[in-house]
Design a protein. Sequence first.
Length: 223
Amino acid sequence: MTIRLLVVDDDPLVRAGLSLMLGGADDLEIVGEGADGSEVAELVDRLTPDVVLMDIRMPTMDGLTATEELRSRPDAPEIVVLTTFHADEQVLRALRAGAAGFVLKDTPPAEIVAAVRRVASGDPVLSPAVTRQLMTHVADRAPETRRGAAARRLASLAEREREVAVAVGRGQSNAEIAATLYMSVPTVKTHVSRILAKLDLNNRVQIALLAHDAGLLDEEEPA
C-alpha cells in the first residue's frame, strides 16, 4: 500500500528537504506541500492524504489549530507534528487534539519514514511512557476544570476498563497490562478498543493524557 503524505512547513528549505528524503521511500508518495496551517483543510480535501506531517509553528495559522480543526472532521488523516523541542506544551496540545505523535526536525530520515508508516497503520508514534516523560518535563498539571472534565469522561468506563486505562497511562504494554491485571493479551486489546470507542479517542497516547488529566496517575502504583 502506498501512503499518501502531505508536508506542511513554512520554511521552503525544510519542505524541500523532507519531500526529498521521504519521497525516496518506495511506499510513500508526497502528494503535496503546504506553507501554513490555513492551507491544510483545502489541501486535505483536494489531495486526500493518509498522513499529514505538520510543523507546529507557522505564521498565520499554527499547526496546533490546524490539527484541532482536522481531527474534528470525520475520516481525518493521521497527523504527525514537527517540532524543534522535545518537551513543549504545544506538543501536548497537539497530542490532546489527536495528533498521532511528534518527531523532532533533526530526527534521522529513516526514523521519520518509520514514524509515517506507523501512524498510517494506526499506531501512535510515541508510547504512553514517552508521553508521561513529556508531561513531566513541561510540568503540565491539569487545571481543575480539565481534571473534572477528564474524571467525568472516565466515569463512563467499567471498573476493568478504568484499570486498563490507568495501566496504559503508566506506559505499560499490552503484555505488561495482561500480567498485572491477570487477563489475556487479546482481552487487554479488547478493553483498549472499547475505551477508545467509549471516549471517542484516537489512540493510546490520548488515553494516557486523559488518565493524567484526571489525576489517576498520581495514585499509588501497584506493586
